[in-house]
Ligand binder design. Structure first.
Ligand code: NDP
Length: 601
């Protein structure tokens, strides 16, 4: 878009920003893309040891059979377990590699960890448990405690296998069940299996030359070492007071823990490759009068209101009113500014203008809060807001005003090497007592790799082989050749900004299908070839719309580190958005024909 008469009234130059974004992206593009990372295995496998619980005591391997096995005890597994219990299924077993329920919130206990989506809509099943979180954005310990409460409320501890990692799953056609083997010697049977492994469950390390040579202390943020740092999830990391600490990465995790590291360490070096966008957080305690006045159904209404707004729908009231919904308010005000109602063909251009405007605010906030102009400039993100996960924090940027905190801006290049004593970046060596990896989780690698096991379906077909060139499913939930398996995932399914919302929609759908199986004596369900093919075609057709947006983005896990993955179009979520997707599932249930699912009795 060139500067038209109307756009001259803008306080920024869209052409200049577009050019700047492109330059910043190009600095970061690298040929090895997603292959740049060091996977956490072999000599690096200690990075994923569980620091929160003793090693499991030996137990006898299980050989029994359950109606439903749910793999993963995070939010997805908990919500599905809850919805199945509500539907009258009692023979359920949750298998979880951690020592307790909670998933992401079991593993991520770093200081400052908290949800970024409003807790009243993010914490699942609040209405059902009669629970209202203490703050607008709940901290990790409260979320972990709530996860345990859900498990207790729905009696999910009974029969659960914790500290148990699935190693293999195979379909036994004669017995019409899945045989699940684990690292605890189990070979249990399950008539139905729900795969709820979580999208970001496998930590990754940067593939830095010499990473294995470093002799100081190291850990990944998802396995925080409080023995070394002292303190707890609230901070107070007293044992760092005489330590020179380095942290690699400045994503959503780093943004939350850096203020605590800065407050405690003798010196903190923050190695930045790309700055995050940091918007206002404005956390606050829950108003007890508001909580008392909530009536049954309040959480669903609030979740749907947020989902409508973040899906671009115009609704009368914004119940959540936060940084996520603001982008939409911004869009509407931009449309008003142009003095006309939104014509659908104008929307992409208006979205871009609204995005520029939002990011200008984000950059201005850096100038307001960071005293040193050079540091402030380095902390400004130059890309479209949804190229990376937007962050919200009220003390991250100010941390760089501390005399003991140093931003090492690598100009998009990252840390170049590690030595026995520290880190080399920008041609300079930094000697460090401890290096913390805030380098995120595997995304874009194969589904079965991230799950940690393969599935062998009907006639010996492996899921890793079937999905080698892209996922093939019906509604993201079922895949032909893998009878009675349900996948909880956003791939080829519904994606919501508030993740647990989509999980609950899937969980309720699964409960419906299983209820039909029970009442009608259905032994197996599996999508027909034609239904699966049609769904995959539809996903691909609709997904192409966002291809150019992704290609222009700065590299990150949203766009396979800047190198379009031939599978990413096919593996994307439903392109019309979550509301049409949920309506589609609802219409399917209402029709009552189990269309597209082949059944045996
Ligand atoms: P991310 O993948 O978002 O961030 C990884 C960071 O490591 C990036 O800053 C990346 O830089 C950097 N990095 C990788 N390699 C190198 C290198 N060689 N040198 C220097 N830096 C490097 O991981 P996070 O754990 O921060 O977040 C993952 C996701 O988890 C989030 O996107 C969000 O979905 C979720 N999350 C949610 C939270 C919440 O709800 N409150 C809190 C935390 C996480 P670059 O950007 O250049 O790639």
């Amino acid at each position: 878009m060139t500067m038209s008469k109307k756009t001259t009234q803008l306080t920024f130059d869209p052409d200049a920003l577009r050019q700047k974004y492109r330059l910043e992206r190009d600095k970061r593009l690298r040929p090895d893309a997603n292959a740049q990372y060091q996977s956490v295995e072999g000599d690096f496998s200690h990075f994923v040891d569980d620091p929160y619980i003793d090693s499991p005591k030996p137990r006898t391997g299980l050989r029994d059979t359950v109606d439903v096995a749910i793999i993963g005890g995070g939010f997805g597994g908990l919500i599905t377990g809850a919805r199945l219990k509500e539907a009258g299924f009692n023979d359920i077993r949750i298998i979880e590699k951690g020592g307790d329920f909670g998933g992401t919130w079991y593993w991520n206990r770093y200081p400052g960890a908290a949800c970024d989506t409003e807790s009243y809509i993010y914490l699942p099943l609040c209405d059902e448990l009669g629970f209202v979180p203490k703050e607008k954005y709940a901290h990790a310990p409260e979320i972990l405690a709530h996860s345990r409460n859900i498990a207790q409320h729905y009696d999910l501890y009974r029969n659960a296998c914790l500290q148990t990692q699935v190693t293999h799953m195979a379909w036994e056609d004669d017995n019409k069940l899945w045989r699940i083997t684990t690292d605890r010697g189990d070979a249990m049977g399950a008539r139905f299996v729900i795969m709820s492994n979580g999208p970001l469950n496998r930590p990754k390390l940067p593939g830095i030359v010499g990473i294995e040579r470093y002799k100081g202390h190291t850990f990944h943020t998802s396995r925080w070492d409080y023995d070394y740092t002292g303190g707890n999830a609230e901070g107070n990391l007293a044992r760092l007071k005489d330590k020179r600490v380095g942290i690699i990465g400045t994503g959503a995790t780093a943004v939350q823990c850096i203020p605590h590291l800065g407050a405690a360490a003798k010196a903190l070096y923050v190695f930045q490759r790309t700055p995050s966008s940091i918007d206002v957080r404005a956390n606050r305690p829950t108003d007890p009068d508001w909580a008392k006045a909530l009536t049954p159904g309040w959480q669903k209404t609030r979740m749907e209101n947020f989902n409508a707004l973040t899906s671009g729908r115009v609704v009368e009231e914004d119940l959540v009113m936060d940084g996520w919904t603001e982008i939409i308010r911004n869009l509407i005000s931009m449309a008003n500014y142009r003095g006309k109602n939104i014509d659908p063909s104008e929307i992409p251009k208006l979205m871009e203008l609204a995005d520029f405007q939002k990011m200008e605010q984000i950059r201005a906030r850096v100038d307001e809060l960071v005293e040193d102009p050079e540091t402030a400039e380095a902390l400004k993100p130059y890309y479209r807001q949804f190229c990376k996960r937007p962050c919200f924090h009220d003390s991250y940027l100010q941390t760089f005003n501390r005399p003991n905190v140093f931003l090492v801006d690598t100009q998009g290049q990252g840390v170049s090497a590690m030595t026995e004593t520290g880190v080399i970046a920008r041609g300079q060596t930094f000697d460090l007592d401890c290096v913390i990896f805030a380098t995120g989780f595997e995304v874009g690698t194969s589904y079965t790799r991230r799950a940690g096991y393969d599935l062998v379906g009907r006639n010996g077909i492996r899921l890793s082989e079937k999905w080698a060139d892209g996922i093939r499913s019906l509604y993201g939930l079922h895949s032909q050749g893998f009878p009675n398996v349900f996948f909880m995932s956003t791939a080829q399914g519904g994606f919501t900004t508030n993740f647990p919302h989509a999980m609950d929609e899937s969980a309720q759908h699964i409960a419906y299908v299983l209820d039909r199986c029970k009442t009608e004596g259905i032994q197996t369900i599996e999508p027909s070839q034609s239904a699966e093919d049609a769904w995959v075609d539809e996903i691909i057709r609709l997904s192409r719309i966002s291809e150019s947006f992704q290609a222009e983005c700065t590299p990150g896990y949203y766009n396979n580190e800047g190198k379009p993955n031939p599978r990413s179009v096919q593996n994307s979520s439903y392109g019309k958005g979550p509301i049409p997707f949920f309506s589609r599932l609802e219409a399917w249930r209402k029709a009552g024909k189990m269309e597209g699912l082949e059944r045996t009795y």
